[in-house]
Ligand binder design. Structure first.
Ligand SMILES: [Fe+2]
Length: 241
């Protein structure tokens, strides 16, 4: 893949349709870039910090595996049902991603098992290969949000797309839901965040909703938090037990 300053395909400039990719891909972009930066500054001579950093990387790779599975089973399956081979390009990418995840896991294990003198070299190798994986995923997600969305919009109504997305969401485990919340809510714009959180609040007990707020609070800046509290009608500080 050659680097380019011109997005190909270009993002559409049309009236919005139902977009299954936008929020989860914002979460994934944030998770990937923050983890990449953290691996770049890893202190290989501090065992506790190294364990936390590599733990976050392991969480990211697990998240990526789940994301590929969800897209294959629901989004690609929907495309294939009405346009055979319509998801071939991004399905091939997914195979490559799973293979690369295996390589990154092996490199992570090697770093964990290494004596301190060799950790610097292994950490730099892991960082560079993770950067390439992130770069490939950034390109891949753009393709899905442009080409795959165009295909989905041509094949399905928004009502049908919402039904497919609802089935995808129903397949996500509670543990996955918490990871998604941690990375998605901070990654959204204030209006997107308010819409998502209002829906969550309406669909769960307030104690569970407050637990989600507690998880994301450290990752949202002060202006963003104030906007969210206003949107939710919680302008007064929320007290957590
Ligand atoms: Fe994908």
């Amino acid at each position: 893949m050659q680097p380019t300053l011109t997005p190909r395909p270009a993002a559409p400039n049309t009236a919005p349709r139902m977009d299954m990719y936008v929020a989860i891909h914002k979460a994934l972009r944030g998770f990937m870039t923050e983890t990449l930066a953290r691996v770049g500054r890893i202190d290989v001579l501090d065992d506790d910090e190294m364990a936390r950093c590599l733990g976050q990387l392991d969480d990211l790779l697990t998240f990526c595996e789940g994301h590929v599975k969800h897209e294959n089973e629901f989004i690609h399956a929907a495309i294939e049902a009405r346009q055979p081979a319509g998801s071939a390009r991004t399905a091939d990418d997914h195979e490559d991603h799973l293979e690369t995840i295996g390589v990154l896991r092996n490199q992570t294990f090697a770093l964990k098992a290494a004596v301190p003198a060799t950790r610097f070299t292994l950490a730099l190798r892991l960082y560079r290969h993770l950067a390439l994986f992130v770069a490939e995923n950034l390109h891949h997600m753009h393709l899905e949000e442009t080409a795959n969305n165009a295909t989905l919009w041509a094949l399905y109504t928004d009502e049908e797309l919402h039904a497919i997305h609802d089935r995808l969401l129903a397949s996500i485990t509670p543990a996955e839901q918490m990871v998604v919340a941690r990375w998605m809510i901070p990654a959204l714009s204030p209006s997107e965040r308010a819409g998502l959180m209002s829906g969550m609040r309406a669909g769960m007990p307030f104690e569970a909703f407050a637990a989600v707020l507690e998880i994301v609070r450290p990752h949202i800046d002060a202006p963003g938090w104030a906007k969210l509290m206003r949107a939710l009608g919680l302008a007064a500080p929320v007290k957590f037990a």
